[in-house]
Design a protein around this ligand. Structure first.
Ligand code: ASP
Ligand code: MG
Length: 817
């Protein structure tokens, strides 16, 4: 036999009740009639509570009463055939009149006891059971209304009564035996005390009613029909990737439902646990969902934890002082005191020095708790043996839950890594010795970020979501956006990474979308819906989103974003950039940026500063971290200059070659920016610094390729004219090279702590002799790569390869998350 409980939303409307009938048709059999436990219609308990409390302070309840009447009458009108309607209207009317009398009493006395309130609330369940059972009677034989207040006996704690399990069990069994073959429709939520006064089992208590009936009658299972897909790994309103859990143990379900997830009322687990009856949470709005099964065994799962729960708001009180050390019974006294005052303690931690105890309470209890402690320990506080309790507010609890944690090391490490990397400060920690639950207290503003980051960390078979903010929408960015869009699925499937572009800005416009900007249409979106760009507010908006696994992408070539880098790191946001300016300015800035990124545990990736997508920075870093020593580095890092000399060997003049290079997009708008070597200098400076040298830009010796007349020309056009006129200068160089069978190369060299970039003629034995197109080449001579250097060679410029390099680094940030 099954017990089925339907919550408020499952009996909340004409549609819901019709759906409920379909569910019953699949279940009912004449051999084993099910037991149906119902909540009040959705919103009714709240409304009754509001009416009662309002009446007690003189607020008129007439219009609410009418609304209540309409709500129920409407169901009768629509779901019960006309000839059957009258008796239901009559009984409803009786209930509503009784309710009105009660409310009128409260109104007149301006006084509402918990006992009266329970009686008022009981009408919610009594009305819904009356309605639904009459609707059902049209389709099923032998339906029967059961008022649970006759069968569930409780103590007299009105509002949250304690059930007398034995006595209730006997009554329920006897009742069932006296009414064989009937389909019961039972009021959830209510019971009665020894004197027969109506009590309630606590808000959400209909679940509990179902379990009590299930346990009393040894049901094969208890089904809780609600409006969500069972229990989830986290609150789906905050964690979009939360998913339904197939199996939980009673303990896990209890731990998860105490905090946050209001899917099932925690006391429900107890009767089921004692009788080993599985509870299955089903969704009346999605019958295809198989359900979350709550049972003794926690089942197999590939994940180390079952779920993450949270309490939105708590306050903590911190009690410290020498007077507590080694004093047996101190905490006993403290917590007894709190219990006597009905203050619920959510979590406790005590340092092993016994010098302090921290505990969390609901915010509405916090001040009272503080005052009680202050007055109870008045003498100790005056004698400075105990400090005045400190109250901290606006905090939240996040807890990871799962029985498997017990056998798996590294769980807390993972939890704290995810928190730390995202800059979430942990104020207090508690792990139950059961090891089913590790709870941390964090600032409320960090809760959503923490839930998402921790969810990503533990359910890593799911995608890690990287939240990306991009500065610059030029060539590199637009190529990158294309690549990301094309690789979207590949990334998710092969790297378990999902990239979401949350914000982008160029110098004119900026645009944000927390759900991710559609990269297939970013141009129109930015142009059409973007607001006026402002770098400072872009950065502060990015920080305000407070998203986990967040990366700033600086694809500009501008100095402006650089001054925000440290601020970005300090906000625990990683940075990926092809902008060389930060690393090639003053050494002090180079140093402090790294220190700042390290301190905050975030990534600072800039592979594309040198040689576009070629693995140069990474290779150097690998050599260094594995303890190799750099002896020298030789490199050609200007794709532009390579191209020019590679094409200046035949009949074309130097002028013509440069012109073509410009036309092919290989040069800066003013080709002198390349030919002067300053771009090369920046790249090489970064390499030199990464190899451990402390160097300023002025320390790099830079040979100028251009004669003075070209260098000093006042415009690009003049420059070209001068270049044309200087052909002899270049031809002499070319002829010399040809005569010696050598190639002209512009080479950077680091040796003995010095960096020098100059023109050189290299012979065919030199590794740089054969270099084609706009290739870059870097050769590292190290202690390990001594006789034959380690050489990296390939295309070192171009949007496609640079964007690919940036892309790879984004993925790496994701892997570090
Ligand atoms: N109707 C009651 C409440 O809203 C009991 C329940 O729905 O479980 O708390
Ligand atoms: Mg409920």
């Amino acid at each position: 036999m099954k017990v089925l409980k339907f919550g408020g939303s499952s009996v909340g409307s004409v549609e819901s009740i019709s759906r409920l009938m379909k569910i019953l048709k699949d279940i009912d059999s004449l051999e084993e009639r099910p037991i149906i436990v119902l909540s009040a219609m959705q919103g009714v308990t709240n409304l009754l509570s509001k009416m009662a409390e309002g009446a007690a302070v003189g607020i008129n309840f007439a219009s609410d009463l009418t609304a209540l009447e309409n709500l129920h009458f409407n169901v009768v009108k629509q779901l019960i055939a006309v000839r059957g309607q009258n008796p239901v209207y009559t009984q409803l009317k009786i209930y509503l009149n009784e309710l009105e009398d009660l409310l009128q009493g409260v109104f007149t006395l301006q006084e509402l006891s918990l006992q009266t309130k329970d009686r008022i609330l009981s009408y919610g369940e009594r009305c819904s059971v009356l309605l639904v059972s009459h609707v059902a009677a049209q389709y099923f034989p032998d339906t029967m209304v059961v008022d649970a207040s006759d069968l569930i006996k409780t103590d007299s704690s009105f509002g949250n009564a304690r059930v007398k399990a034995l006595e209730s069990g006997n009554l329920i069994r006897a009742f069932r035996e006296n009414n064989p073959g009937k389909m019961f429709f039972v009021t959830g939520f209510i019971g009665s005390n020894a004197a027969g006064k109506i009590t309630t089992l606590g808000r959400g208590g209909s679940d509990y009613t179902a379990a009590i009936f299930g346990a009393a009658l040894d049901a094969e299972q208890v089904e809780i029909w609600t409006d969500v897909d069972g229990m989830l790994t986290a609150d789906p309103r905050i964690v979009k990737k939360a998913f339904s859990l197939p199996i939980l143990s009673y303990t896990e379900a209890m731990e998860l439902s105490y905090f946050g997830a209001k899917v099932i009322y925690p006391p429900t687990m107890m009767p089921a646990f004692l009788k080993d009856i599985p509870i299955i949470i089903k969704n009346s709005f999605n019958p295809a969902f198989a359900g979350t099964v709550i049972q003794r065994d926690s089942g197999h799962s590939i994940f180390p934890i079952k779920g993450i729960s949270s309490i939105d708001r708590v306050s903590i009180l911190n009690l410290s002082g020498s007077g507590m050390i080694g004093k047996a019974g101190f905490s006993g006294k403290l917590f007894t005191l709190l219990a006597q005052n009905s203050i619920n303690v959510i979590l406790i931690t005590q340092s092993s020095s016994e010098h302090s105890i921290t505990f969390a309470v609901h915010p509405e209890d916090a001040l009272q708790a503080k005052r009680i402690i202050e007055s109870e320990f008045e003498l100790e506080i005056a004698a400075e043996k105990i400090n005045v309790p400190e109250l901290e507010e606006n905090l939240s609890v996040l807890a990871i839950v799962g029985e498997k944690m017990k056998q798996t090391p590294g769980i807390s490490g993972k939890l704290f890594y995810a928190m730390g990397r995202n800059g979430i400060n942990v104020r207090a920690i508690a792990q139950g010795s059961s090891e089913y639950n590790i709870s941390v207290i964090i600032s409320h503003t960090d809760l959503s970020k923490a839930l998402n980051a921790v969810h990503d960390a533990f359910f890593s078979v799911l995608k890690t979501t990287l939240h990306v903010f991009c500065l610059g929408t030029g060539n590199i960015s637009s190529t990158l956006f294309n690549q990301i869009q094309k690789q979207h699925l590949f990334l998710q499937e092969n790297n378990d990474i999902e990239l979401k572009m949350i914000g982008m800005s160029n110098s004119r416009k900026m645009y944000f979308d927390v759900d991710g900007i559609d990269l297939g249409n970013w141009k129109d979106t930015l142009e059409g819906e973007g607001e006026k760009a402002d770098l400072e507010s872009f950065i502060s908006r990015m920080k305000d989103f407070n998203l986990p696994n967040c990366v700033l992408l600086d694809n500009t070539a501008s100095e402006a974003p650089v001054r925000f880098y440290e601020d970005v790191f300090s906000s625990n946001i990683s940075l990926v950039t092809c902008n060389k300016l930060a690393n090639s300015g003053k050494y002090e800035r180079y140093r402090s940026l790294r220190e700042c990124a390290r301190k905050h545990g975030v990534d600072f990736f800039y592979e594309t500063n040198v040689g576009a997508g070629l693995p140069i920075v990474r290779t150097l870093k690998d050599l260094m971290t594995s303890g190799d020593q750099i002896i020298s580095i030789e490199a050609i890092l200007s794709g532009t200059i390579s191209y020019i000399f590679n094409n200046y060997h035949g009949d074309k003049t130097f002028y013509e070659v440069v012109k073509t290079a410009q036309e092919l997009g290989f040069t800066e708008p003013d080709p002198r920016d390349d030919l002067k070597g300053s771009d090369f200098m920046r790249k090489f400076l970064i390499l030199a610094r990464d190899s451990g040298l402390i160097l300023e830009p002025e320390d790099v010796q830079l040979e100028n390729i251009l004669p003075d007349n070209c260098l000093n020309a006042s415009s690009v056009d003049d420059f070209y004219a001068e270049l044309k006129a200087s052909e002899d200068h270049f031809k002499a160089l070319k002829d010399k090279a040809a005569a010696e069978n050598k190639a002209i190369r512009y080479i950077g060299k680091l040796e003995n702590g010095k960096v020098n970039i100059s023109l050189a003629l290299v012979d065919s034995n030199h590794p740089f002799f054969t270099l084609s197109g706009s290739d870059n080449i870097i050769s590292f001579t190290t202690e390990r790569y001594f006789h034959r250097p380690l050489v990296v060679k390939g295309p070192g410029a171009g949007a496609e390869v640079t964007a690919a390099g940036v892309f790879a680094e984004l993925v790496n940030v994701g892997h570090n998350a």
